[in-house]
Structure formats: structure tokens, C-alpha cells
Write a protein that binds this ligand. Sequence first.
Ligand code: G3H
Ligand code: 13P
Ligand code: ZN
Length: 311
Amino acid sequence: MPLVTSREMFQKAYNGGYAIGAFNVNNMEIVQGITEAAAEVNAPLILQVSKGARAYANHTYLIKLVEAAVIETGLPIVLHLDHGDSFETCKSCIDGGFTSVMIDASSKPFEENIALTRQVVEYAHDRGVVVEAELGTLAGIEDEVKVSAEDSSYTRPEEVEEFVSRTGCDSLAIAIGTSHGAYKFKPGTKPQLRFDVLEEVARRLPGFPIVLHGSSSVPQEFVKMINENGGNMPGAIGVPEDQLRHAASLAVCKINIDSDLRLAMTGTIRKYFAEHPADFDPRQYLKPARAAIKELVRHKLIDVLGCDGKA
Ligand code: G3H
Ligand code: 13P
Ligand code: ZN
């Protein structure tokens, strides 16, 4: 099976009350950990690549790793550009074999966001590629774009119909209180997503797939593993998984997870080195890191996204 778009996946997810996991990939072990878990539970997948991932690992290597995963698993897999910041980056991914791109012009004024998104949609749709857009801004760090908590803003539901009809985008990322990275909520406060915003967006866009970025839950077992083995991450707090599960049962069809993979990998490697200080063979420490990613993704697919058995 070749790489697929998310069109049919999202329709089924919307109607079935579950979401597709969109996991960021940067190297072979991450691709393997994610796709081995998905194969075991027969889940459809979105593997996404950021601008930073392309700069780190090279476009061609990433494409070939994802193609290898398709061959190995036989799963329906979407290859998606995460946070495309310009027409040129999106074009390069569309021309280079991606089946889905995100144009993130959410930090621009409304009319500029519409114009740039429309330009990408026209180019992408002519080539059979789907487009995710964003309205509202998340706090946190995405590549070089740093958005402070004060500058972040919830999506305004009254803007979504005009935005979607004028851009022709295929899915829409909205801001309801998630944020990028491992420090999402102030310690001591109760993390709470704005389901009222999500429900109002869904009411205005019936049947339309909604995307949640910044959806790592920051498992405390990995934060502890990092802190107990030379790291220093006090106050790392994520989105509660029950709230993500609830979002998946509503209009949210794609849930983005990256930081949790990083925490699993880093925690496992730190622990490995604390226990095996003389080892220097990368296979020895990357093997448990890959296994930790696999176990984490398996849990997300079954218990958070509800997409097991849906491939
Ligand atoms: O949303 C951001 C993703 O976690 C990608 O992060 O730009 O550091 O690759 P990155
Ligand atoms: P996290 O930092 O919460 O994993 O979010 C990832 C993301 O939104 C990628 O686009
Ligand atoms: Zn994101």
C-alpha cells in the first residue's frame, strides 16, 4: 500500500468517535517504535515531520524511513509536514512525496492567514495532497517560533466557518488550552481544556476534522526517570489523558504527540547509562529507548486515541 492521505481516516474517526495519533519522527528508532506498536494493535497512523526534523535528518532519509515502515507493517500511513511556515516549505514537501501538509500561519493576521493557507491549498489539492491549517495560537516552542503564554489565544469560534470556506483547508488545528513542550500548565493549577470552545467550533463545522497540537501528557514516570538520573525537569506537566480521550470522542480527529516520545527516549537512555556507565555501543541504549516508545505509543493508541483495530 502506498502512503495515503488523511481524508478517509478522518471521516471514519469523526464518525467513530476516536482520533488518529500524529507522532513526530526524527530518526529510525522513533519510526520503528511507533510503527511496531501500531502494527500490533492494527491502528492507522500519521507520521509527521517538522522543519527541524527535515533539517536534522534530511528529507530523503525521513521519506525512506516512513516508506520502509509502510512496507514492513502494511498499515495505512500518512506522511505529514508539521508546522509548515511558508509556501516554499509546503511546496517542497508536496513535490517531495508527502501526502499531507500543515501551513501554520496562525501567528499572522486573519486575512494573511487565509491568503497563505489558500495558496497552499490550491497547490496541494491539484496534486492530491491534503492541508491542515491553524486558527488561534498555542503557547510553547515550535522550531524557531516561540509563543509566550500571554501571547497565546484561544480559537474564536465565530471565525472558523469563514476561515474554512475561504481557504478550502481539509482540517483545522484549534487552540483550546494545549501547548507545545513539557511545561504546559502552572504547577499547582488544575489543567483544563476549553471544551466549550471545541463544542462551539464543532457545532459551526459539522463533520469537519479538528486537530489538537501540544497534546503530550508528560508521563510522570519518565520525568522521574530523567530527574533521578542526572536530569532537571521540575514542574513538567502535560494534558490529562482523560481530557484527550474526551476530545477524541468529539470532533477531534488528529492528536499531535511529540514531547512524550522525547521524554520516553531520554528517560530510558539516562537510566541505561546510570546503570551501565561503561557501555558505548549505541545499539545497547537505543534498543530500550525504542522499546519504551513502542510501549508508550501502544498505550496512546488503545487508551487515549481509541484507534486500535481501525486500520
Ligand atoms: O510542534 C512541534 C513539534 O514538537 C516539533 O518540534 O520543531 O523541535 O521538531 P521541533
Ligand atoms: P507536544 O509538545 O505536546 O508533544 O506537541 C507536539 C505537537 O503539537 C507537534 O506539532
Ligand atoms: Zn504542533
